[in-house]
Design a protein around this ligand. Structure first.
Ligand SMILES: [Zn+2]
Length: 882
C-alpha cells in the first residue's frame, strides 16, 4: 500500500538480468500461525549482462526476513540492504549459493497473491509477481530455474502436499507432522511455481500419449465436490489428444494435477504440472452447472493445459510479452472448442465479447497495444486486449498463412525456443521463416492500440459487368499514440446474387475466370484499396469480413433490404447472424434517435418469424440469432449514449417482437421440449438453448402460458440449464410474487453449493426487476455473501455494474456512488479485484454529459481515498487524466 505515485516500467528500458539462478531448493514449514520458507539459490553472474559488478537485487514483498547466508556464511545486518520491495547485496562473487529464510503469514493474506489460505487449504498464485510474496527472488520471467520443493505440515489438517514436477521423497516427522519433496526437471520462471497443502480428495484417471507413455491424471478437491470432477477430467483428456493431433505437442511429465480452490483472483493458473483452478471454472455436474458452464470449463481446462507448451516450455521474456503466451493459447483453446462443438456459435460468442468489451477498452483511457510499451502494475494488463485481441492477431496470421504453413511456423517456434523466454517478435519471426512471408507491416498489430475502422463503398458498372469495392482504413488515436500507420488486414468476402447464390470472384487480372473462388481473403495494406470484380451480370450484395476475419469495425451503408437478404441467404453463418444483429441495431438506434413515437420496423417480425420456423438451420445458430444485441453493445456503439433511452427502446422492441411472435414462441418451446435424456451434445445443448430463449421472450411480455411453462419447467428440471433458464425468465418478468417464491425455493435447495449460490446472486444482480440498488445492498448483507471471496464479489458487484446497465446508470448517480464505495472498501484487502471492478466508471468520458459528470465525481472520490494501492492508482489516474 502506498500513497505516492508508483513507478512506470518501460519496455524500452529492458535489460537482461545481471544474475541467473540455476537451481532453487525450497523448504516450506507450514503452521497455523504462519510459514517459514527456507530458500537456497544457486546464483551466477549472467555472461550476457554488461554490468560486471552489479549488486544482487532480489524482489520481496510483505516478507519478514529471518536470515541471509552467502556461501554458508551468515551475513550481518550491514552486509545487505532491506527495503519494502527489495533485498540488495552490494558485493557478490561471480558464482555463489545464497540461503534466505523468511517468515510469512498465509492466513492473513487477503490479496490472494503468493501463498495464502482458502477454506483451510494452503495454495499459491504467483503470476505475475506473487512469488516475491513468498521469498526473495529475481521475480521476472526471464530467470528460469530448476525447482526442488520440500513441504512440511501437520498430517491431520494437511494430508495432501503438492508442488510442481514429480514427488521424489516422503515421510513422517515428529509431532504428527509429515513431508513430501517434489522435483521439477524443467527450468521455469518463478511465476509458474505452485504449492498446495490441505485436506483434499483425489480423483484419478490416466492418459496414454502418442508415444505410448502413461500419464497419471489427478484432480484434487474438497470431499463435498468429489462428484463434480468427471467433466474436467474428460475435457483434459480431449485437450491432450487434440494438442497431439493438431500441434504435435505431447505432455512431458509423468503426472498432471489440477486443484480446485474457492478463493481465487483469476479463472485458473497453468503452473507446471500443477494447475490451480477457481472452483467455478472446474467443478460441474448436471444438477449444478449450466451448459454454458460445461463449455466454459472444457475450454479453460484446455487453455491451461495448452500453456504447458505455449507459455511454460516457451515462456515470456518480460511481462510486455504477455500476449505471446495468452493470445496464442486463447487461439489454441478457441480452435479446440470450435472443433468440439458448433464452430459458428463459438465464433459468434468470441466476437460478441470482443466487440462489446475489447472494442470499448480499445477506445477508453486504458487502451494499450497487444504488446504494451509501459505499465505501472502488471496485474492491470491481464486485459481483453492482451487475451482476446491477442487471439485475433494470431488468428489473422493463421488466415494469412493457411493451416499448413501456420503449423510449420508453430513447429519451428516450439523447436527453436524450447526452454527459452522470448518475445512476440520471436513468434512472428518463426512464422515468417517457416512460410517465407513478410510480416513486417503485420507487426503493427502488436504496436498500435485502437480498433481499425474500415469504410467500405462500392459501385456497379452494368455495361461492363464490373463491381468495384473500395476499402479505406484508419486507426483512431489512443492515449499516447497518434498518426497511426495502415495495418496489414486480411479481409474475407463473398458476393451474393439476387437468388442468394454465391457468385464467383473474378479479379481484373485473373487468368481463369471459370475457376474463380466464391470466397476470397483480400489483403489490405494501404490506407485505401479498390478491388474490381469482373463478369457480374447484376449488382451483388456484398458479404463483408466473413467469419470476422480481422478485429476491426466495418462501416458500409447497408440498406434494411440487404440485411434482411443476408440474414436469410448468406452462406457464411457468422455473417448471417451479424446481418440480423445489424438490422436490430439499426432499428433500435433509429427509434432512440427519433423524438416522436414511431412504429417498430414490421419486417423485423417477419425475419424472426422465418428464423423460428427454419428447422434446416443449425438450431444453435437460430438460438443465437434470436437474441437481440445486448444493451452493453448498443451503448458501446453509441456516441454519448443515453443509457435509460437505450434500455427503454430495446425493451420496447423486444416486447413488440415477443407480442407479435407469441404463438410461434410457444410452438418453438414445445417443439424443443421432450422427454430427452440429458446429454452435452451440440444438438441437445441447442434444444435447451432455444426453449429457454423462447421462455425468456414470453416472460418479457408477462405471458400467462409462458409463466406456467416456466414454473412447470423449474419444478420438473433434471439439470441446471433448464432450471436456470426458467428462473432467469421469471426473475425478469413482472410476476413479483412468483419471483420472490422461486428465488427463495431455489436458494433453500442449493444453499450448500457455493457455485450455484454465485449463479443465484448474479441472476438477481443482472436483473432490472430484482437488482435495483436496495436489493443489491440486501444481497451484500446476505449470509452467503463473503467479502473475502472474489467469486461472490464478482457475482453481485461486477454483474450489477456490468450487466444491469439501467440500474447502474441510474440518473441520480446512486449506482456510481455504490460502485465507488465497494471499490474503496476492497482496495484495502484485495487491490487486484478492486482495480478490475472500477472499470465501468473509467469509461465516464463516453457517456452523455448528465451521466459522465456523476461518473467522474465518483471516480475522483476513489482517487482521493487514502492509501490507494498501485493497482487502483494506475487505473484511476489514467482514466481521469486522459
Ligand atoms: Zn492463459
Amino acid at each position: 500500500m502506498r500513497t505516492n505515485q508508483p513507478t512506470t516500467i518501460h519496455l524500452s528500458e529492458y535489460k537482461v538480468p545481471a544474475y541467473l539462478v540455476d537451481a532453487v531448493d525450497l523448504c516450506f514449514e507450514l503452521f497455523d500461525d504462519g510459514a517459514r520458507v527456507h530458500s537456497t539459490l544457486s546464483v551466477r553472474h549472467n555472461p550476457e549482462s554488461t554490468e560486471e559488478s552489479a549488486p544482487l537485487a532480489l524482489d520481496g514483498d510483505s516478507l519478514k526476513l529471518e536470515s541471509v547466508a552467502l556461501n554458508g556464511k551468515e551475513l550481518a545486518a550491514g552486509d545487505y540492504e532491506e527495503t519494502d520491495e527489495q533485498l540488495v547485496i552490494a558485493k557478490v562473487p561471480v558464482q555463489f549459493e545464497l540461503k534466505v529464510v523468511t517468515w510469512i503469514e498465509p492466513q492473513n493474506n487477503t490479496r490472494l497473491e503468493g501463498l495464502y489460505k482458502s477454506s483451510g487449504m494452503f495454495c499459491t498464485q504467483c503470476e505475475a509477481e506473487g512469488f516475491r510474496c513468498i521469498t526473495y527472488f529475481p521475480d521476472r520471467p526471464d530467470v528460469m530455474a530448476r525447482y526442488r520443493t520440500r513441504i512440511e505440515a501437520d498430517k491431520n489438517t494437511c494430508p495432501v502436499l503438492l508442488s510442481n514436477g514429480n514427488d521424489v521423497e516422503k515421510g513422517d516427522l515428529d509431532n504428527g507432522r509429515h513431508f513430501v519433496t517434489w522435483e521439477d526437471p524443467f527450468p521455469k520462471p518463478s511465476y509458474l511455481f505452485a504449492l498446495v497443502a490441505g485436506d483434499l480428495v483425489e480423483k484419478q484417471d490416466t492418459f496414454t500419449t502418442c508415444s505410448g507413455r502413461d500419464i497419471d491424471l489427478r484432480i484434487y478437491v474438497e470431499a463435498r465436490n468429489a462428484a463434480k470432477t468427471r467433466h474436467a477430467l474428460d475435457s483434459l483428456k480431449r485437450a491432450m489428444r487434440w494438442d497431439e493431433e493438431t500441434y504435435g505437442r505431447e505432455y512431458d511429465l509423468d503426472i498432471f494435477m489440477i486443484v480446485a480452490v474457492d478463493d481465487f483472483n483469476m479463472g485458473a493458473m497453468e503452473n507446471k504440472g500443477l494447475n490451480i483452478f477457481n472452483s467455478s471454472c472446474v467443478l460441474a455436474s448436471q444438477e449444478t452447472a449450466t451448459d454454458l458452464a460445461f463449455q466454459r470449463i472444457e475450454s479453460i481446462v484446455a487453455h491451461e493445459y495448452f500453456h504447458n507448451w505455449s507459455g511454460n516450455r516457451v515462456t515470456c521474456r518480460d511481462w510486455f510479452q504477455l500476449s505471446l503466451k495468452e493470445g496464442f493459447t486463447v487461439f489454441r483453446d478457441a480452435t479446440f472448442s470450435a472443433d468440439m462443438g458448433s464452430s459458428t456459435v463459438k465464433r459468434i460468442e468470441d466476437v460478441t465479447l470482443l466487440r462489446t468489451a475489447q472494442f470499448a477498452e480499445d477506445a477508453g483511457p486504458m487502451a494499450h497495444p497487444v504488446r504494451p510499451a509501459s505499465y505501472m502494475e502488471i496485474s492491470n494488463f491481464y486485459t481483453l486486449t492482451i487475451y482476446e485481441k491477442g487471439e485475433e492477431v494470431v488468428r489473422m496470421i493463421h488466415t494469412l498463412l493457411g493451416p499448413e504453413l501456420f503449423r510449420k511456423g508453430s513447429d519451428l517456434y516450439f523447436e527453436r525456443h524450447d526452454g527459452q523466454a522470448v518475445t512476440t517478435d520471436d513468434f512472428v519471426r518463426a512464422m515468417e521463416d517457416a512460410s517465407g512471408r513478410d510480416l513486417s507491416q503485420f507487426r503493427l498489430w502488436y504496436e498500435q492500440a485502437g480498433t481499425p475502422e474500415l469504410t467500405v463503398s462500392d459501385n456497379y458498372d452494368d455495361e461492363q459487368g464490373v463491381y468495384r469495392l473500395t476499402v479505406q482504413q484508419s486507426v483512431p488515436d489512443t492515449p499516447g499514440q497518434t498518426d497511426k500507420k495502415p495495418q496489414h488486414i486480411p479481409f474475407a468476402l463473398g458476393l451474393l446474387g439476387a437468388d442468394g447464390e454465391t457468385l464467383p470472384l473474378t479479379l481484373e487480372n485473373d487468368q481463369n475466370a471459370a475457376s474463380a473462388p466464391v470466397e476470397r481473403v483480400l489483403e489490405l495494406t494501404e490506407a485505401s484499396h479498390t478491388f474490381e470484380f469482373h463478369g457480374l451480370s447484376q449488382k451483388p450484395v456484398p458479404s463483408l469480413l466473413r467469419s470476422f476475419s480481422a478485429p476491426v469495425r466495418v462501416v458500409y451503408p447497408w440498406s434494411r433490404e440487404q440485411l434482411l437478404f443476408l440474414m436469410s441467404h448468406d452462406s457464411d453463418g457468422f455473417n448471417r447472424w451479424d446481418a440480423g444483429q445489424r438490422l436490430a441495431i439499426d432499428v433500435i438506434q433509429s427509434l432512440v434517435a427519433s423524438t416522436e413515437t414511431v412504429e417498430v420496423e414490421p419486417r423485423l417480425v417477419e425475419a424472426y418469424r422465418s428464423l423460428l420456423g427454419d428447422a434446416t438451420l443449425d438450431q444453435a445458430l437460430v438460438a443465437k440469432m434470436m437474441q437481440l444485441p445486448s444493451e452493453a453493445y448498443l451503448v458501446e456503439l453509441a456516441n454519448s449514449p443515453d443509457v435509460a433511452a437505450i434500455h427503454r427502446t430495446r425493451e420496447r422492441v423486444a416486447t413488440y417482437l415477443a407480442t407479435a411472435l407469441r404463438d410461434e414462441l410457444i410452438e418453438c418451446y414445445h417443439r424443443n421440449t421432450g422427454t430427452d435424456v440429458y446429454e452435452i451434445t451440440p444438438e441437445s445443448v441447442a434444444r435447451r438453448s432455444l426453449r429457454n430463449t423462447a421462455l425468456a421472450w414470453l416472460l418479457m411480455i408477462n405471458d400467462e402460458t409462458g409463466r406456467d411453462l416456466a414454473l412447470a419447467q423449474l419444478s420438473a428440471a433434471d439439470n441446471m440449464t433448464d432450471r436456470m433458464g426458467a428462473l432467469r425468465a421469471l426473475v425478469n418478468s413482472d410476476y413479483a410474487s412468483e419471483r420472490t417464491q422461486v428465488l427463495t425455493d431455489f436458494y433453500e435447495r442449493f444453499q450448500e453449493d457455493p457455485q450455484v449460490v454465485e449463479q443465484w446472486f448474479s441472476v438477481q444482480a443482472s436483473s432490472d426487476r430484482a437488482g435495483q440498488l436496495p436489493q443489491i445492498h440486501a444481497l451484500l448483507e446476505h449470509p452467503a455473501f463473503d467479502w473475502k471471496n472474489p467469486n461472490k464479489i464478482r457475482s453481485v458487484v461486477a454483474v450489477f455494474a456490468g450487466q444491469n446497465l439501467a440500474a447502474f446508470h441510474n440518473p441520480d448517480g446512486s449506482g456510481y456512488e455504490f460502485l465507488a464505495d465497494q471499490v474503496c472498501r476492497l482496495d484495502d484487502s484485495n487491490p487486484q479485484i478492486a482495480a478490475r471492478l472500477v472499470t465501468p466508471l473509467t469509461r465516464w468520458k463516453k457517456f452523455a454529459p448528465a451521466y459522465s459528470a456523476l461518473m467522474r465525481s465518483a471516480l475522483e472520490r476513489v482517487r482521493d481515498k487514502s492509501e490507494l494501492s498501485a493497482d487502483l492508482y494506475e487505473v484511476v489516474h489514467k482514466s481521469l487524466e486522459s
